[in-house]
Design a binder for this molecule. Structure first.
Ligand code: PHE
Ligand code: ZN
Length: 881
C-alpha cells in the first residue's frame, strides 16, 4: 500500500513568520560534488513573537557542517537537525547573528532545483522552494532580506561568476588556482529570487540608458559558440525595458542586468533579481534553427522575465497561494507588450487559442483549481495555465471593467503603495477600489472560483416594438470540491451587427449596465432589451474574448457567415469561422463514429474558400482562420464519450476535401505569400510565411506525385527553420514517400543543435498512424535521447502524450502504458518533469468507456507505486479522485 499523504497546506492557515532575516551573507565554495555554503544571517524576532519561540528553518537534502550563534558554536542540545529541518530551540530575544554551514552536491542534483550543474555550468533554481536545498532558511516569500554573495570557484573551470545585484569585488584567492567574486543586491528579496551562476561561458554585451539617464550594462551569457544567436534576445530585452518605461513608467533599478542561458531547465525561465536564468530555447535563435514561433516566444519570455522585476520582485507574493499576483499580472503585461510589438488581433487570437487548449481542459477536469488556490500539497504543481493564463485574463477583465484610465490609476497606486512588499490579491484589488471608488467584491470571485462559466444566450427581435431581447444566463459546471458557485461579474463586449455588416445604432438597453461596448453580466440570469432596433441584428458577443467563458449560443449558419465576413471585431470574425468549422467537424465526427460516409458540407468549404481568397485580410489572420480546430479542441467540445480516431478521421476528411475544392487557390496562396529575400522574423513576414505554409498544409494532402515532390523540394531548399520544419511535418505526418530521407537529412544537418533536434523528436512523436508508438519507443533509446534533459523529454514524451491524441489514447492501451512507464522512470530523478508529464491524463474521464478503463488501470499502476515523489503523488491522487 502506498504511504500516507502529508496534510495539505492551506491559505486560511497563513501565519506571519516568527522571525525576520534582514541580511544574508553567503559564501559559496563551489566544487562539483562537495560545495560548501556558509550562510551568515542577521535574525530578529518579529513583533508579537513570544520570547524564546523556536526558530524553525527549512531544508531539503542538506548536510549540516556547523552552526554558530553570535560567533559561538551552538551546543548540540540547543538545536535539532534533519536534512529537511533545523530547529534552534530557544533563540535569544535580542537580534542575533546566525552562521550556518552546509555541504551540498551539485553534481548529484538531478531534480534541477537548488544548485545544480548544466553542461558543466553551476546554476541555481530557487522558485518555489529550492533555496532550502542550498542552506537552512526561512524559505518563504514573505521573508525579505538584503543579500551579499561571495562565490569561490576554480579560475579555469569557472572564469565567469555571477549572482544577484551589482558586482562589488573580485580577485584571485592566494595560493590556489581559485578566484572569487562578490555581488551585492540592495533590494530586499525573498529567497526564491536568489541566483548564482558559475562556469565557462561566452558573454554578449550591450547597454541601455534608462529614462532617468542611468546606464545599465546588459549581458547575455551562453555556451561558447552560441554568441551569434543572442542578437534577437538582446534586442527584445532593450525593447522590453523601453516599453515598460513608456507604458507603465517603470524603470530598471540595478547597474547590470544579466541573462544566462542553460540547456537543462525545468521551466521556461526565471526572473531572479538582476540575474535571469533561461532555458536556452528562449534565448538562442538564428534562422537556421529557430522558427518564427521561436522568435516570437523568445521576445515574449525575455519581456515576461524582465517585467517581473516590478511585478514579482519589487512587489512580491506574501505566500504561494498568491502566485497569480505576480504571474497573472506579468503574463498580462507581456501579452500587451507583444500586442504593441506585433499585431494585436493576431496576438489575441493566439492567446485565446492557448487558453482554450490548455486552461479550459484543466478547468473542466480533475485538476481544476481557482486562479488563487486555497490548498496545495506540492506548490510546483500550481505553475499552471489557470494561474498564468486565466490569471492574465482576470487582469484583462479588470481593465475592461474599469476602463483603461481607471485601470492605470489603480495600477499606479499598487506600485506606489506596495513597492518593497510581499502582498496579496486582496491588497492588489484594494488599490483599484481605492483609486477608482469601485466595489470589486464580486469581481474578486474570479480569483476564488474554479471552473469555466458557461454563458447561455437567447435572442429575439420584435419588429412591432422594434425591440431586440437578449436573455443571458451564467453557470459554472460542477468542479471537484466546489459547491454552490456564485454568479461572476462577466464583461461582455458586443455589437449588434446589421445585414450590411455594420454595427447598428440602437436606443437604450434595459436590464443591464452597459459601458461603451461592454455589458456587465452580474446575475445568474438577466434579460436585456434594446429599443429602437429597426431590423433583426446579429449579436456579436464576447468580442475580443472579453471574458474566459464558454458561450452557449445557437446562431444560424447565415448569422455566423455574416460575422465571419464582416464583424468589425477581428477576433469574432475569426471565431465565427472557427465555430462553423467546429460545427462541421462535430457532425463529421458523429458520422465517423457510426461508420457512415463523411461528406463535408459545401457551405463550410465555400466559406473557407472565401476566407482564402479575401484580398483584404491580413495574411497572419488568414492563416489562423484557415487553421482547423485541433483534435484536442474537438475532443474538448464533445466533452464525453470521446473517440479520438473518429475525430482524427473527420478532421482529415475536411482537410482533404478543402484541398480538393480549392486546389488552385491554395497553390496561388502558397506561392504568392512565400517571402523572398533574406530571412526576417518580423510579424508581417512571419504572417506571410504562416499563410504560405498553411496553404501548403492543405495542398500537400492530395496524393498526386507532384505534390509530394513539391513538399520535398521546399524542404530541401528551405533557408529557414519555419519552412523546413513545416515541410518535415507534412512529410512525416502525411507519410510521404521521402519521409525517412527527410528525417535523415534533417538529422545530419542539425545533429549538433539540440534545440533543432528537439523538433526532430517532436515531429515524429506527434505523427498520427499506428506505427508511431513503436517508433517513439525506439527513439527513447536513440543516442540523442537524453532522459536527463527536460527539453528532450518534453520533445519526445510530453508531445506524444499531449500532441498525439490517437496514439496516446490507443484502443489497446499501450500508449497509456508507455507514458506510465516513462513517468515512473523520470520521477526518480526529476519529479517536476514527471508530474508534468502525468498531467497529460487529465481528461481521461472524457474518453469513451474502453479507453477510459484502460487509462484508469494505467493510472492505478502509478498510484500503487510506493516510492512516488510528492509532485507525482499529488497529481495522481487528484487525477483519480
Ligand atoms: N517564475 C517563472 C516565470 O514565470 C517560472 C518558474 C517557476 C521557473 C518555477 C522556475 C521554477 O517566469
Ligand atoms: Zn512569470
Amino acid at each position: 500500500m502506498r504511504s500516507e499523504t502529508a496534510p495539505a497546506i492551506r491559505l486560511e492557515d497563513y501565519q506571519q513568520p516568527a522571525y525576520r532575516i534582514d541580511t544574508v551573507h553567503l559564501t559559496i565554495r563551489l566544487q562539483p560534488n562537495e560545495t560548501e555554503v556558509v550562510c551568515a544571517t542577521s535574525v530578529a524576532s518579529r513583533d508579537g513573537t513570544d520570547a524564546g519561540a523556536p526558530l524553525i528553518l527549512d531544508g531539503d537534502e542538506l548536510t549540516l557542517v556547523g552552526i554558530a550563534l553570535n560567533g559561538k558554536a551552538l551546543d548540540e542540545g540547543a538545536y535539532s537537525v534533519t536534512p529537511e529541518r533545523l530547529e534552534i530551540h530557544t533563540p535569544p530575544a535580542e537580534p542575533f547573528e546566525l552562521v550556518i554551514t552546509t555541504r551540498i552536491n551539485p553534481d548529484a542534483n538531478t531534480k534541477l532545483m537548488g544548485l545544480y550543474r548544466s553542461s558543466g555550468t553551476y546554476c541555481t533554481q530557487c522558485e518555489a522552494e529550492g533555496f532550502r536545498r542550498i542552506t537552512y532558511f526561512l524559505d518563504r516569500p514573505d521573508v525579505l532580506a538584503v543579500y551579499t554573495t561571495r562565490i569561490e570557484a576554480s579560475s579555469k573551470d569557472c572564469p565567469i561568476l555571477l549572482a544577484n545585484g551589482n558586482p562589488v569585488d573580485a580577485g584571485r584567492i592566494e595560493n590556489s588556482d581559485r578566484h572569487f567574486s562578490v555581488w551585492h543586491d540592495p533590494h530586499p528579496k525573498p529567497a526564491y529570487l536568489f541566483a548564482l551562476v558559475a562556469g565557462d561561458l561566452a558573454r554578449v554585451a550591450d547597454g541601455y540608458q534608462t529614462m532617468s539617464g542611468k546606464q545599465v550594462d546588459l549581458n547575455i551569457f551562453v555556451e561558447h559558440g552560441n554568441e551569434a544567436m543572442c542578437g534577437w534576445a538582446m534586442d527584445s530585452l532593450k525593447r522590453s525595458m523601453k516599453w515598460d518605461e513608456e507604458t507603465f513608467g517603470l524603470e530598471y533599478d540595478l547597474e547590470v542586468f544579466n541573462i544566462v542561458a542553460v540547456s537543462d531547465f525545468n521551466m521556461g525561465a526565471m526572473e531572479n533579481k538582476g540575474l535571469n536564468i533561461f532555458n536556452d530555447k528562449y534565448v538562442l535563435a538564428d534562422p537556421e534553427t529557430a522558427t518564427d514561433q521561436d522568435y516570437a516566444n523568445i521576445e515574449a519570455v525575455i519581456a515576461h522575465e524582465y517585467f517581473h522585476n516590478w511585478t514579482g520582485n519589487r512587489i512580491t507574493c506574501r505566500d504561494w497561494f498568491q502566485l497569480c499576483l505576480k504571474e497573472g499580472l506579468t503574463v498580462f503585461r507581456d501579452q500587451e507588450f507583444t500586442s504593441d510589438m506585433r499585431s494585436r488581433p493576431v496576438k489575441r487570437i493566439t492567446d485565446v487559442r492557448l487558453l482554450k487548449s490548455h486552461q479550459f481542459p484543466e478547468d473542466a477536469g480533475p485538476l481544476a483549481h481557482p486562479v488563487r488556490p486555497r490548498a496545495y500539497h506540492e506548490i510546483n504543481n500550481f505553475y499552471t495555465a489557470t494561474v498564468y493564463e486565466k490569471g492574465a485574463e482576470v487582469v484583462r477583465m479588470l481593465k475592461t471593467v474599469l476602463g483603461a484610465a481607471d485601470f492605470k490609476k489603480g495600477l499606479d497606486l499598487y506600485f506606489e503603495r506596495h513597492d518593497g512588499n510581499a502582498t496579496t490579491i486582496e491588497a492588489f484589488l484594494t488599490c483599484f477600489e481605492d483609486a477608482t471608488g469601485t466595489d470589486l467584491a464580486q469581481f474578486a470571485l474570479w480569483y476564488e472560483q474554479a471552473g469555466t462559466p458557461v454563458v447561455s444566450v437567447k435572442t429575439r427581435h420584435d419588429p412591432g416594438n422594434r425591440t431586440f431581447t437578449v436573455d443571458l444566463a451564467q453557470e459554472i459546471p460542477p468542479v471537484p470540491g466546489q459547491k454552490n458557485s456564485k454568479p461572476a461579474l462577466i464583461p461582455l463586449r458586443f455589437g449588434l451587427v446589421a445585414a450590411n455588416g455594420e454595427d447598428m445604432e440602437t436606443g437604450a438597453a434595459d436590464g443591464i449596465e452597459i459601458a461603451n461596448d461592454t455589458m456587465l453580466l452580474e446575475k445568474a440570469r438577466q434579460k436585456v432589451v434594446f429599443s429602437d432596433v429597426p431590423s433583426k441584428p446579429v449579436l456579436s458577443l464576447l468580442r475580443g474574448f472579453s471574458a474566459p467563458v464558454r458561450l452557449d449560443q445557437h446562431q444560424s449558419e447565415d448569422e455566423l457567415e455574416l460575422l465571419a465576413a464582416s464583424d468589425r471585431d477581428p477576433f469574432n470574425r475569426w471565431q465565427a469561422v472557427q465555430t462553423l468549422a467546429m460545427q462541421e467537424l462535430l457532425r463529421l465526427t458523429q458520422l465517423a463514429r457510426s461508420e457512415k460516409p463523411l461528406t463535408p458540407s459545401q457551405s463550410v468549404l465555400d466559406l473557407f474558400g472565401t476566407v482564402l481568397q479575401d484580398a483584404e485580410l491580413d495574411p497572419a489572420l488568414k492563416a489562423l482562420a484557415l487553421t482547423l480546430p485541433s483534435e484536442a479542441d474537438i475532443a474538448q467540445e464533445i466533452g464525453k464519450d470521446v473517440d479520438p480516431d473518429a475525430i482524427h478521421q473527420a478532421r482529415q476528411r475536411l482537410r482533404a476535401e478543402f484541398a480538393l475544392t480549392h486546389r488552385s487557390a491554395l497553390l496561388k496562396a502558397l506561392t504568392d505569400h512565400m517571402p523572398t529575400g533574406t530571412y526576417s522574423p518580423d510579424a508581417q513576414t512571419a504572417g506571410k510565411r504562416a499563410l504560405s505554409n498553411r496553404a501548403l498544409h492543405y495542398f500537400a494532402v492530395s496524393d498526386a506525385e507532384e505534390t509530394a515532390q513539391r513538399v520535398w523540394e521546399r524542404f530541401s531548399n528551405a533557408d529557414n527553420m519555419t519552412d523546413r520544419i513545416s515541410c518535415l511535418t507534412l512529410l512525416v505526418h502525411d507519410g510521404m514517400p521521402k519521409r525517412n530521407e527527410a528525417l535523415k537529412a534533417y538529422r545530419l544537418r542539425h545533429e549538433n543543435s539540440s534545440l533543432a533536434m528537439d523538433k526532430w523528436f517532436m515531429v515524429q512523436a506527434t505523427a498520427p498512424g499506428s506505427d508511431t508508438l513503436k517508433l517513439v519507443r525506439s527513439l527513447k533509446s536513440d543516442a540523442l535521447f537524453d532522459e536527463t534533459n527536460p527539453n528532450r523529454v518534453r520533445a519526445l514524451l510530453q508531445s506524444f502524450a499531449t500532441g498525439n491524441p490517437t496514439q496516446f489514447a490507443r484502443v489497446d492501451g499501450t500508449g497509456f502504458e508507455f507514458i506510465v512507464e516513462s513517468v515512473l522512470e523520470i520521477d526518480k530523478r526529476n519529479p517536476q518533469v514527471a508530474s508534468r508529464l502525468l498531467t497529460s491524463f487529465r481528461s481521461w474521464r472524457a474518453l469513451e468507456s474502453k479507453r477510459c478503463a484502460l487509462a484508469e488501470s494505467a493510472l492505478l499502476k502509478i498510484s500503487s507505486c510506493e516510492e512516488l515523489s510528492r509532485d507525482s503523488r499529488d497529481i495522481i491522487d487528484r487525477t483519480l479522485q
